[in-house]
Write a new protein. Structure first.
Lengths: 451, 298, 311
C-alpha cells in the first residue's frame, strides 16, 4: 500500500532541486512506466474560472508526470465537503488527496499522512507562515496537511465608499488607499467609530449587513470582534474563561450594534450578506471579494462603489477574520507519493500566482512572501478594490480564526455551533441579561469539554 | 360544473328539495373557492420558479422589478443547462437509478407481499409489522454505518450504490400497499387455481399480478417518486459530478459557495419535475384505482 | 433472486392425501420463506445491521477509540438544547401532519365531489408540490423568504404591510418550516384519501341517505370507518417521514435562529458531521426510534387486524 516507488523518488528529487524540479518531469528515467492514478477532491471554487485554472494546473502536472488524474470539485455548500470527509474516513476509500476546511485536519489527524517533509521544504523556500495555519494543521508537532492556496480566504470589511462617505463621514478610500500606507482616519478606525457609522447607515436606510446566524460568515466576524475586545471563552488549555469583564463588554457592545442592524440578521446565512450588498440594501459587510465579483456581473453600478478595507480595531488589537483550507493526503491512499508531490507543486509561487489571478484575488496564500501579487493591485473597477484584502503590514492586523486559542477539539464545536453568535442573539434578540447569556454559554462549553 | 348544471334542470317540487338544491349549489361554490385557494397556495412557489427561470441573472439581482413577473424572458438558463455542464448526465443518472430501483422494489415487494398476504407462516405478522418499522430508523442515522458497508463493497462514489440503498426507502411502503391489495383478492380465486394444479408462483404470476395490476402500478409510482426525490443518500455518497443524480447535481453544480445561479437552479428544478409530472398525468387513474383496492380496505 | 425462488416449488409426486397435505403445509412455509427472503436480506443487511452498528457507535467516545457505555445518552439528557430539539421535533411533526391530514382530507372531498372531467385538471395542479424534488423546491421557498429578495415581502409591501422576517425570528421561522412541510406533504394525503374515497361503495351512501343521515353523519359513520386503514397508514408514514425530515430545516434555517428550529436530523448532522462527534450524532438520531415505535406498533396492529378480518 506504500506509494508508488517511482513518484516517491520523484518527490525526493523535487525536494532537492527546489522550484526547478516542479516544472521538470518527475518520472523521466523509466519513461514508459506510469506514475499511477491519483484521485483528487478539491474545493469547488466560487469563481468558475478558479476551477478551470486549477484543473489546468493539475492536468498539466499529471501529464508531465504520467499520473492519471481524477479530479472532483467538492462544494462546501450544505457542508457537502464535510460529508465527503466523514464518508471517506469511514469508508476508508475515495480520494487520495482532499481539501480539508478549517477544523477537519485535527479531527481526522489519525487518518492523515504526515506532511512535515513537504512543509519543511516550503517553509525553507517561502519563509514565514501565518500562525493560524499551524494552530489548525500541526497536530502534536506534526503537519498533517499543507495550508492550501485555493479557497483560503480573509473576511475583511467590504463596503460602499460612496454611502459611507455621504452618510457616516467615513472616507474609506482615503483611510485605506490602494497603497502600502494608511491615510487620515485609519488610526481611529475602531469598533466605537464603527458603531457610530452603523447608526448613521441605519438611519440612511442602508444598514450594515452583519449576519449573526449560525454560518461561517457570522462566526468569523464575531470571532474577530470577541478577540479584539480580548474576550476569550476558552483558553488554550481548555479551561472555560467566559465569565470575564471583556466578555461582558463585547456582549454589551454587540447588543448596541445589533440595534442598528436589520432585524433578521439572526437567521442570515453566508449568502444573505452578499445579497444585501449586491442589492444595494446594505453599505458594509464582512466578506471575501466574491460579493464584489458577483455585483460586477449582476449589479455593476454597485460594484463600482465597493472598497475593501480592514476590520475595525478593539482594545486588544485588530483581527482580520481568516478561514483557511488545507490539502491533506489520506493514510489509506494508494498513491501517497504522487499526492504529496502534487501538493508541493500546487504550493509553489507560480501556481499561487496563477490561482490568485484566476480567482480575482479571492485566494489568500498562507506565506507572507506571497502577498505581493499584482492581481490585488489591478483588480477593478474601482481599481484597487481588493488591494487591502490580504493583510498588509500597515493594517496592524493579525489574521484570526474564531475560537482560537481553544484546543481545536473544543473549538470546532464552538465554531460550528456558533456559540458566540448565539450569545449575542440571546442578549440582543431575546433580551436576556448578559450574565444569563454567559451562564448559558458556560453550560454549553462544559458539554464541549468531553473528549 | 356539469353536476351543477344537471341539478339546475331538475325542477323542485317541494320546498325541502329546493333548499337541498340551494345547499348543493353553495357546497359547489364553496368547493371551487377552496380549490382556488389551495391551488394558489400550492402553485405560488412553482410559478415563482418558472418566472425566475426565465430571467437573466441581472434581472434576478435587480430589486426594482416585480419578482413575480418577467420583463425580458429568455430561455438562456434552459439552453445553458442543456448544452453546458453535467445537467444531462445527472438527468440520465437519475433515470438509471430510478428505473433500477423501481424494478428491484417491485420484485422484492411483490414476492414478499404475496407470501405475507396469502401464506400464514411462523412470524409472518411480525415480519409485516417489522418491515414497516424500518422506516423508524432514520436515514440520518443509517448513512454513517452505510459508509462502511458501501465502502466495503467498493461502491463509494458510485451510482450503483444508490440502486442498492434506495430500495430500503421504497420496499416497506410498497409491500404494505400490496399486502392490502392482495388480501382484497377473493380467496375463491386461488382455491380454483390450486384445484387446477397450479403452483404458488403460477398463481402469483397468472392470477395475482394481472388482477392486482393497479395496485402494482400504485406501488411503482410511489417507488418512482421516492427514488427520484431522494436527497440525503446521494449527497452523502456521490462526489464526482458524473456519478451524481439530479437532486444533488443541481445543488452541487449550480451553487458556488455563496453565489447561487438562481435562474439555472429553477430551470433545472422545473425540468427535474417533468418526469414525475408525466408519470402522474398518465398513470394517475391507475394509481388511484390501485390505492383504492389496496391498503384502503378497512 | 427471483430466479431462485421461482424454481424451488416444483411439486413432488402425490403419494397419499395425508402426506400431501403435510407436505403442502411444509412446502407452503418454505415457499413463503423463500419469497420473503429478498425482503429479509434487504432489511437485515441495509437496515438492521447498520442500525445495530449505529447503536454500537453511540457507545463510543468522540474520537471513536473508547467504549463509554451510556455516557452519550446521559450527557444528552443533561442538555437543554437537546430537550429543545425533542420539543421542536414533536411540535413540527405533529402540527405539520395534522395540517397535512386536514388539508388533504378537505381537498380529497372537494375533488371527489367534482365531475370527472374537471377533476383531472385540478388534481394535476394540486399535485405539483409533491412532484418537485423537495430538496430543490425548498431552495425555491428559501429564495421566497430571503431577507433582501423576498417576493412575499415585495407583495406585502405592495399592499402596505411591513416586511416579515420569515426566517429571522423564532416564531416566524417555526411557522415557515411548518408551512413548507405542509405545502410539500399535503398532496400526498390528498391522493391517498381520494383513492380511499373512491373505494367507498356508493350503495353505502345511498343506504345512509335512505336512513336520513346528514352530511356529517355520512362522514362520521360511512366514510370515516371505510377510510380508517388508509388514514392510519398515511398518517403513520407521514409522521415518521416528517419527524425524520432533514432537507427542509437544513436548507431553510440550519436550525436557527438560536436553535429554535433544530429537529433531530439537523441537530444530529450538526453535532455528528459538522462538529466531528459522530457517536453523539448517532445517539441523537437514535432517539427518534423509541419515540415513534410504540405509536407505530399500535397503529400497525390495528391495520393488520382489519386486513386479516377482511381476508
Amino acid at each position: 500500500m506504500e506509494g508508488n516507488g517511482i513518484s516517491r523518488r520523484g518527490v525526493l528529487r523535487a525536494g532537492a532541486l527546489g522550484v526547478a524540479a516542479s516544472t521538470l518531469p518527475l518520472v523521466n528515467v523509466h519513461g514508459q512506466s506510469s506514475g499511477g492514478r491519483l484521485a483528487l477532491g478539491l474545493w469547488d471554487h466560487w469563481v468558475p474560472a478558479g476551477n478551470d485554472a486549477m484543473r489546468k494546473i493539475v492536468m498539466d502536472w499529471g501529464q508531465k508526470n504520467r499520473v492519471e488524474i481524477q479530479l472532483d470539485f467538492i462544494t462546501s455548500v450544505g457542508s457537502k465537503n464535510l460529508l465527503t470527509i466523514a464518508a471517506e474516513s469511514q469508508a476508508r476509500q475515495g480520494h487520495d488527496m482532499l481539501s480539508f476546511p478549517t477544523w477537519e485536519v485535527h479531527s481526522k489527524s489519525n487518518l492523515l499522512e504526515p506532511l512535515d517533509d513537504v512543509m519543511g521544504r516550503l517553509q525553507e523556500k517561502y519563509g514565514g507562515l501565518n500562525p493560524i495555519t499551524e494552530y489548525l494543521a500541526k497536530v502534536e508537532g506534526t503537519w498533517r496537511a499543507v495550508p492550501a492556496i485555493s479557497g483560503s480566504q480573509n473576511k475583511p470589511a467590504i463596503g460602499r465608499f460612496d454611502l459611507l462617505k455621504q452618510h457616516a463621514g467615513l472616507d474609506v478610500q482615503a483611510m485605506y488607499p490602494a497603497a502600502d500606507k494608511a491615510g487620515p482616519g485609519a488610526d481611529e478606525w475602531n469598533w466605537d467609530r464603527f458603531l457610530k457609522a452603523a447608526e448613521s447607515m441605519q438611519k440612511a436606510g442602508t444598514p450594515f449587513g452583519l449576519p449573526v446566524g449560525q454560518f461561517p460568515d457570522a462566526t468569523d466576524w464575531i470571532g474577530s470582534l470577541f478577540q479584539s475586545f480580548g474576550a476569550t471563552l476558552v483558553n488554550k488549555d481548555g479551561d472555560i474563561t467566559a465569565k470575564s469583564d471583556s466578555v461582558r463588554q463585547v456582549l454589551d457592545y454587540a447588543k448596541r450594534l445589533c440595534a442598528f442592524l436589520p432585524n433578521d440578521v439572526f437567521s442570515w446565512d453566508d449568502a444573505s450578506n452578499n445579497r444585501a450588498l449586491i442589492s444595494g440594501k446594505s453599505a458594509l459587510i464582512f466578506n471575501p471579494p466574491s460579493a464584489w465579483a458577483v455585483a460586477q456581473r449582476d449589479a455593476p453600478d454597485v460594484a463600482k462603489q465597493c472598497w475593501t478595507f480592514p476590520a475595525p480595531a478593539g482594545s486588544n488589537g485588530r483581527f482580520t477574520p481568516y478561514l483557511p483550507y488545507f490539502w491533506g493526503v489520506w493514510s489509506f491512499s494508494r498513491n501517497k507519493g504522487a499526492a504529496k508531490a502534487l501538493i508541493e507543486h500546487l504550493s509553489q509561487r507560480e501556481q499561487a500566482q496563477a490561482m490568485v489571478a484566476a480567482s480575482n484575488g479571492y485566494d489568500i496564500p498562507p506565506f507572507d512572501s506571497m502577498t505581493d501579487f499584482d492581481t490585488w493591485r489591478t483588480e477593478g473597477p474601482p481599481q484597487g478594490v481588493v488591494y487591502n484584502y490580504p493583510v498588509r503590514p500597515h493594517h496592524n492586523a493579525k489574521q484570526f480564526v474564531a475560537c482560537n486559542p481553544a484546543p481545536p477539539a473544543m473549538a470546532v464545536q464552538m465554531y460550528n455551533q456558533s456559540i458566540q453568535a448565539k450569545m449575542i442573539a440571546r442578549v440582543s434578540q431575546n433580551n436576556e441579561s448578559i450574565d444569563s447569556a454567559i451562564r448559558w454559554a458556560e453550560q454549553e462549553l462544559e458539554g464541549f469539554q468531553r473528549g | 360544473m356539469s353536476a351543477t348544471a344537471a341539478t339546475s334542470t331538475y325542477t323542485p317540487v317541494e320546498r325541502k328539495q329546493g333548499s337541498l338544491k340551494r345547499e348543493r349549489r353553495w357546497a359547489m361554490i364553496g368547493a371551487y373557492i377552496a380549490l382556488a385557494v389551495f391551488v394558489v397556495f400550492f402553485m405560488m412557489p412553482p410559478f415563482h420558479m418558472l418566472m425566475t427561470s426565465l430571467k437573466s441573472s441581472g434581472e434576478i439581482a435587480d430589486l426594482s422589478g416585480n419578482p413575480w413577473l418577467v420583463s425580458a424572458p429568455t430561455l438562456q438558463n434552459y439552453w445553458e443547462l442543456m448544452t453546458e455542464g453535467n445537467y444531462l448526465i445527472h438527468f440520465r443518472n437519475s433515470i438509471i437509478v430510478t428505473a433500477c430501483t423501481v424494478a428491484i422494489t417491485m420484485v422484492i415487494s411483490t414476492l414478499a407481499a404475496f407470501a405475507l398476504a396469502r401464506m400464514k407462516f411462523w412470524g409472518s405478522t411480525t415480519l409485516a409489522t417489522g418491515v414497516f418499522l424500518t422506516y423508524l430508523v432514520p436515514e440520518t442515522l443509517l448513512f454513517i454505518p452505510m459508509f462502511q458497508i458501501i465502502g466495503g463493497l467498493g461502491l463509494y462514489n458510485n451510482l450503483w450504490a444508490m440502486v442498492l440503498i434506495f430500495p430500503t426507502m421504497t420496499v416497506p411502503f410498497c409491500t404494505w400497499i400490496m399486502i392490502g391489495y392482495f388480501a382484497s383478492i377473493p380467496k375463491e380465486l386461488d382455491e380454483a387455481a390450486l384445484i387446477d394444479g397450479a403452483g404458488h408462483l403460477q398463481m402469483l404470476w397468472k392470477i395475482f399480478i394481472p388482477v392486482a395490476l393497479p395496485g402494482i402500478l400504485a406501488a411503482m409510482i410511489f417507488a418512482f417518486t421516492v427514488s427520484w426525490a431522494a436527497f440525503i443518500y446521494p449527497i452523502a455518497f456521490l462526489v464526482s459530478s458524473d456519478q451524481m443524480v439530479l437532486t444533488v447535481g443541481i445543488v452541487s453544480d449550480l451553487i458556488r459557495a455563496d453565489t447561487f445561479q438562481w435562474g439555472k437552479i429553477m430551470a433545472g428544478a422545473l425540468m427535474a419535475a417533468l418526469p414525475p409530472l408525466l408519470v402522474y398525468a398518465f398513470l394517475m387513474d391507475y394509481y388511484i384505482a390501485g390505492l383504492t383496492a389496496g391498503a384502503t380496505k378497512g | 433472486m427471483s430466479q431462485g425462488t421461482l424454481s424451488s416449488p416444483v411439486a413432488p409426486a402425490v403419494v397419499s392425501p395425508q402426506s400431501t397435505l403435510r407436505r403442502l403445509a411444509r412446502r407452503n412455509s418454505t415457499v413463503a420463506f423463500l419469497l420473503t427472503l429478498p425482503l429479509i436480506l434487504l432489511v437485515l443487511g441495509l437496515v438492521v445491521y447498520p442500525f445495530f452498528y449505529a447503536l454500537y457507535l453511540a457507545t463510543l467516545n468522540k474520537r471513536m477509540t473508547r467504549f463509554i457505555g451510556w455516557d452519550n445518552f446521559t450527557f444528552l439528557f443533561g442538555r437543554q438544547t437537546f430537550w429543545d430539539v425533542v420539543f421542536q421535533s414533536v411540535l413540527f411533526a405533529v402540527s405539520a401532519v395534522v395540517l397535512k391530514a386536514l388539508i388533504g382530507f378537505i381537498l380529497a372531498h372537494v375533488l371527489h365531489a367534482l365531475p370527472a372531467k374537471g377533476q383531472r385538471k385540478w388534481r394535476g395542479m394540486l399535485l405539483v408540490p409533491w412532484v418537485i424534488p423537495p430538496a430543490i423546491s425548498t431552495l425555491a421557498w428559501w429564495w421566497l423568504f430571503d431577507p433582501s429578495y423576498s417576493a412575499f415581502n415585495w407583495a406585502l409591501m405592495g399592499i402596505g404591510v411591513d416586511p416579515v422576517p420569515w426566517l429571522g425570528t423564532s416564531g416566524w421561522a417555526r411557522f415557515s418550516v411548518i408551512l413548507v412541510n405542509v405545502w410539500y406533504g399535503s398532496p400526498f394525503f390528498m391522493i391517498m384519501y381520494l383513492a380511499a374515497l373512491k373505494s367507498v361503495p356508493d350503495q353505502l351512501y345511498e343506504a345512509a341517505a335512505i336512513d336520513g343521515a346528514t352530511g356529517w353523519q355520512k362522514l362520521r359513520f360511512v366514510t370515516f370507518p371505510m377510510m380508517r386503514n388508509i388514514i392510519s397508514i398515511t398518517v403513520l408514514f407521514s409522521l415518521i417521514v416528517t419527524f425524520a425530515n432533514f432537507d427542509i430545516v437544513r436548507i431553510l434555517t440550519n436550525g436557527g435562529p438560536l436553535d429554535s428550529t433544530h429537529v433531530f436530523a439537523t441537530y444530529a448532522f450538526q453535532v455528528g458531521i459538522q462538529s466531528g462527534d459522530i457517536p453523539l450524532g448517532a445517539t441523537i438520531s437514535l432517539f427518534m426510534f423509541p419515540l415513534l415505535a410504540v405509536f407505530a406498533i399500535f397503529i400497525l396492529r390495528g391495520v393488520n387486524r382489519r386486513n386479516k378480518e377482511m381476508a
